[in-house]
Design a protein around this ligand. Structure first.
Ligand SMILES: [Mg+2]
Length: 256
């Protein structure tokens, strides 16, 4: 459902930036964590009766142990070390194996479970082609992901070639909503904030962050139900709602 603020836009749109987590893809942890439990049970390390508790622990630890350069979707060794140590497992080799099992499952889920993607790869390619080829927009990503994790997303989404510009919190040294990460992306793209839009799921990190530097903010709600009241410029629950928004924004002449 498109909710548009009634405003006149004074500038041509030159760039569109996207968040990745819970925007291009949903959170895989709720489904992928079961592969880790199965792996540890098959090894005889966890009893089947404790698997439910272990899965809950993995979820909680994933939320608790944090860093601006962590990938919560693809997993971090520190998170697995902590979760497994609370079950008396202190074997570094086993932690690495469990992490590898988890990442393999994330990749499998992204490739086989359509509900984990905002659009099918073909639909996403079609949208990004339209934005780039038809509308002439520079396309970029501003993400709190690790630099190394970006390639994993492009593997499963097959859309990395559409994004010449990728800015991560690990690279810049701060996380959204810090202004620095948005400003860095704008500088690299050589566009002004008001000539750019940002699409993301998080009301604070994405919407407030983009708005604070003057970008047009689009809240994407397919994978979340934002409870914090913010006032994005647009709200969408389907990325296919972007073209009419872009057409609206670019229908006004530069001098408004
Ligand atoms: Mg996100």
């Amino acid at each position: 459902m498109l909710k548009k603020r009634q405003e006149m836009w004074e500038h041509v749109i030159k760039a569109a930036f996207f968040d990745i987590g819970k925007t291009l893809v949903d959170d895989p942890v709720p489904k992928a964590k079961y592969a880790v439990g199965r792996f540890l049970a098959q090894k005889g390390i966890l009893k089947s009766s404790s698997l439910g508790d272990f899965h809950e622990t993995l979820t909680l630890v994933n939320a608790r142990i944090d860093s601006y350069q962590f990938s919560h979707f693809w997993g971090e060794e520190e998170i697995f070390t902590s979760a497994m140590s609370s079950y008396g497992i202190h074997d570094d080799r086993l932690v690495k194996q469990a992490l590898a099992v988890y990442r393999k499952e994330v990749q499998r889920l992204y490739q086989t479970d359509p509900s984990l993607k905002a659009l099918s790869n073909m639909e996403l390619a079609s949208l990004l082609s339209w934005l780039h080829d038809e509308k002439g927009l520079i396309l970029g990503v501003i993400s709190d992901e690790r630099i190394a994790s970006i390639a994993l997303y492009w593997d499963v989404l097959e859309c990395g070639h559409f994004f010449p510009l990728v800015v991560t919190s690990e690279e810049v040294g701060c996380r959204k909503p810090c202004k620095q990460i948005f400003r860095h992306a704008l500088e690299v793209a050589k566009v002004r904030a008001e000539e750019s839009l940002y699409v993301g799921d998080n009301p604070i990190r994405d919407v407030a962050g983009a708005k604070d530097v003057g970008m047009i903010s689009i809240l994407f709600t397919k994978f979340c139900d934002p409870s914090i009241k913010v006032r994005p410029d647009f709200t969408i629950d389907d990325l296919r709602e972007l073209p009419p928004i872009i057409d609206t924004l670019t229908s006004y002449p530069r001098d408004g």
